[in-house]
Write a protein that binds this ligand. Structure first.
Ligand SMILES: [Zn+2]
Length: 152
């Protein structure tokens, strides 16, 4: 492989990466609009979770489908060139993700993984978030009431 080729690849990589941060913003905005407060990119915790809701013991990862190899997702397809390189690299990501989630759950956190490709239906994501963060439906009513009164 020559140098130019290498440079080009790292350029492409940074493009994919910066695009990958956007889904996280969508989820953050959504949570905020739902009245939840959170911390972001908490370095102390395994995997440096994207979103941490300490009050609810909830951690949310927003995964790019390519970098975290979303199973069965078209965005998770390996590039045609340097297939072995990517396979190893992305396989490592998968193992790391699994280990991090294992550690977090072991420490008593509830971990939700959202995938980039799922973020097209925000209403759906909203109810998934609510059900995950506040699983008790009695508390949902309380939450709805609060939300409505805050709009008045
Ligand atoms: Zn996907």
């Amino acid at each position: 492989m020559d140098k130019i080729c290498k440079n080009k690849r790292s350029q492409n990589m940074s493009k994919v990466k910066s695009f990958g941060t956007k889904p996280e913003l969508i989820v953050r905005k959504l949570l905020f609009s739902m009245g939840f407060r959170y911390r972001i990119n908490v370095k102390k915790l395994p995997g440096k979770p994207d979103i941490v809701l300490k009050k609810y013991n909830v951690i949310i990862f927003v995964n790019g489908c390519f970098w975290h190899q979303h199973k069965g997702c078209s965005k998770g397809t390996l590039p045609k060139t340097n297939k072995e390189f990517w396979r190893t690299k992305l396989q490592n990501n998968i193992v790391r993700d699994k280990n991090n989630i294992f550690k977090l759950e072991n420490d008593g956190w509830k971990v939700l993984v959202l995938w980039e490709c799922e973020l097209e239906d925000l209403e759906e994501i909203k109810s998934r978030l609510l059900n995950f963060i506040i699983p008790d439906s009695k508390d949902h009513k309380e939450y709805d009431r609060k939300q409505q009164s805050s709009f008045k």
